[in-house]
Design a binder for this molecule. Sequence first.
Ligand code: ASP
Ligand code: MG
Length: 465
Amino acid sequence: MKFGGVLVQDAAAIMHSAQLVVQTAHKNTRAVVVVSAMADVTDGLLDLAEQARQGHGDEVAQAVDLLERRHEDAIQTVFSSSPAMAVQPVVDEEHALFVSLRQALAGVAMLHELTPRSRDLIVSFGERCSAPIMSAALRAAGLTSRSLTGGEAGIVTDDTFGSAVPLLDIARKTIPRALTPLLDRGLTPVVTGFVGANEEGVITTLGRGGSDYTATILGACLLADEVWIWKEVDGVMTADPKLVPDAVRVQALSYREVMELAWFGAKVLHPMTVAPVQEAGIPIRIRSAFLPASPGTIVCADAPEAGPVKAVTSIRKLTALTIGGAAMIGTSDVVSRVFSLLAAAQLPVLMISQSSSMANVSLVMTQTDAERATRLLRKEFAGSMVIRDITATPHVAIVAIVGDGMRGTPGVAARLFTCLASENINLLMIAQGSSEVNISVLITEKEAQRAVRTVHAAFGLAGAT
Ligand code: ASP
Ligand code: MG
């Protein structure tokens, strides 16, 4: 069971989440709990790391004091609910973590250097500080529990600091070795989300939003029956409820569908989340901590198809780059040079289209990535005849429909285009992958909300559940 930042943001949230664990962790059900850092702490720590690099030691020290107080308050409140329990060991444990955090930040401030490795160490304190409090709340609620870092729980990763890749062949042995004896003793382990360790035991992180990934890595390696992701919303919705008020819960999604949704801005789950469980066929349940009676959304291999389209999503704040020049025609290595360059600079491309004449290629990226990409491409192709111009179209948005049922169903694209046309929304780019699970269109950003609403209505998504 994984609890996100909002669900552990303070003592009240932590105690509420602990109750959800207690309600399920009875004799025949064994649970491993995964927690995120308290809400906004990860952003705060990344910010502090950067400030430390710039040498703002005093500001950093003050902010760390505040952060420590926030955690200490939560501890005191959790323990006040259970006066028989000794608060001091947890206070001491937490204090020791803050001492190390201060040392790490002081080191960065002194060297004016922030390596990916030290950034991972610093940001890991978010989860390392929230997990012991969750564990204490479980003890206060009557369970036996202890907290572990991802590394202690057996999550071994490679050395890609910032977005480490779990070494599942090793983890399949190390995770059960770490956790099964605890579960056998009736303990409920609380594991830090997001955090792993390389083979030498150096702390790594799995990338932003990585706590979901932690949960499925653990679930897969322990051969869990299900992985539950508790959220503050009622599962996956047919559209962002902030854009579409009549969005409803999707009952079931396939692994492929949820992956498409993750990539296409719905921020349902960390994009790698399904990978570990997909192979083992372990379902993921996305459930609401505030509506625990609701079944939420289940993610499994074969989700029933309500219709061709399950959900519509949008990503805003994008820029389209069009790279062109008549001499590009027939010179396929230009395209490969463009993509190698972007890959080497770690600039993800969200959507691609190329006319069959090959006279130009269009790429969609986030605004900030597109600025960097333009500079790099101009430099790479300076003076070349092949690429004549790179034009940027800012303030664009991708709207995408996702659903396994689109495969082999004619007319889905036609319905999408017709409804957008009827709203007078112009399409700047169109893409459908050959998997046919997703059709994406590029439009201007100011039309995005209207587009999402129209598409949601046209595919009858409000009535889908
Ligand atoms: N705390 C990490 C983040 O904010 C990981 C997570 O919450 O899933 O990215
Ligand atoms: Mg998250």
